[in-house]
Structure formats: structure tokens, C-alpha cells
Unconditional design. Structure first.
Length: 175
């Protein structure tokens, strides 16, 4: 018994939506915007479902990345829900505080910088794969990554411990 395209799409949505939603949230920094982004991406994928050659998730993710940047270009408005959070709402738990600091800093990056960081470090894509997904050059990916990380260091110096241990390990001399 062969399943229909509609059934295949429904199975895909039910099994992959949670993972796709996490990526959408990282791209937008806002739960409602992430839901909108995911729904738009799934709608676009549904219209072309029968023509996508087996790489359904890759297609939906690519649509999300492009749609995220396109929305920013159309609106030219900074989407920053994290600026409304006050420090008194953050608990004393160091992990929660670190997550809030990271979320605030990510929200202040440009959408292209945030997208490159999500692809490189959350999706664990190589520079070459990231460039292919975004249809940009590898040099542009490297440049955006460097700029985004430099900006994160300025915006959230408290996060330095996440990248500083790597530097100190490389600088150590063996006795």
C-alpha cells in the first residue's frame, strides 16, 4: 500500500516539527515569529512536496533560512523580544542566566549573522555547506562568522568562558 503525498507530508510535519521549531526559534529569537516562520516554510514546502527529491527536511530548512533573512529585509525592523526582559526576572541559576545572556546577544545580531551562527554551530554545518545553503561564498560565511563572534564578545563578555578555554588550551606550552 503506497502512501499519498499528503500523508507523507503529514508524517513529516508530525515527526520533524519540533526540531524545525527549535531552529526557527534560534533564527528569530521570538516564539511567535518562529511559529510564523515555520508555518510559512512548511506551506512553501507543501506546495512543492512532490517535486522535492527526498531531501524534504533540507528543503524546509533552506526555505526557513532564506525566509528569515527575507523577512528582515522587507521589514527593516529589529526583532528583539529579549530587550524587554529585565535582570530581576532572571533566576540565580547560572545556566539560565547564561542562556538569557546568549539569547539577548543573539537577538542583537543581524539576521544574516544569526543565521550563519545557527547553521555553523547549532546545525553543525561546515563553512562550505553553510555557503551552499545560503547561496553565498565561503569567504562570506567566514567573514559573517568572524563578525558575529566578535560582536557577541562585545555584547556578552560574560560568555567569554565559552570560547576562552579553547584559546588558553592552544596557548599552553608543555613543560
Amino acid at each position: 500500500m503506497e502512501i499519498t503525498q499528503e500523508e507523507a507530508f503529514n508524517v513529516f510535519v508530525s515527526t520533524r516539527s519540533q526540531a524545525l521549531m527549535r531552529t526557527a526559534y534560534l533564527l528569530t529569537g521570538d516564539a511567535q515569529l518562529a511559529e510564523d516562520l515555520l508555518q510559512t516554510s512548511l506551506f512553501n514546502a507543501a506546495r512543492r512536496w512532490s517535486r522535492i527529491d527526498g531531501a524534504h527536511e533540507a528543503y524546509v530548512r533552506r526555505v526557513m533560512y532564506h525566509e528569515s533573512v527575507s523577512r528582515w529585509r522587507r521589514r527593516r525592523v529589529r526583532e528583539s523580544a529579549y530587550d524587554e526582559l529585565s535582570d530581576d526576572r532572571v533566576t540565580t541559576d547560572a545556566d539560565v542566566a547564561m542562556k538569557v545572556t546568549l539569547a539577548k546577544a543573539l537577538a542583537r545580531l543581524t539576521p544574516r549573522q544569526r543565521t550563519v551562527l545557527v547553521l555553523r554551530f547549532y546545525e553543525d554545518l561546515t563553512e562550505r555547506q553553510t555557503a551552499a545553503v545560503l547561496d553565498i561564498g565561503v569567504g562570506t560565511v567566514k567573514s559573517l562568522t568572524r563578525q558575529a563572534l566578535a560582536r557577541l564578545r562585545v555584547l556578552a563578555p560574560d560568555l567569554a568562558e565559552w570560547w576562552e578555554p579553547e584559546v588558553s588550551r592552544n596557548d599552553r606550552t608543555t613543560p
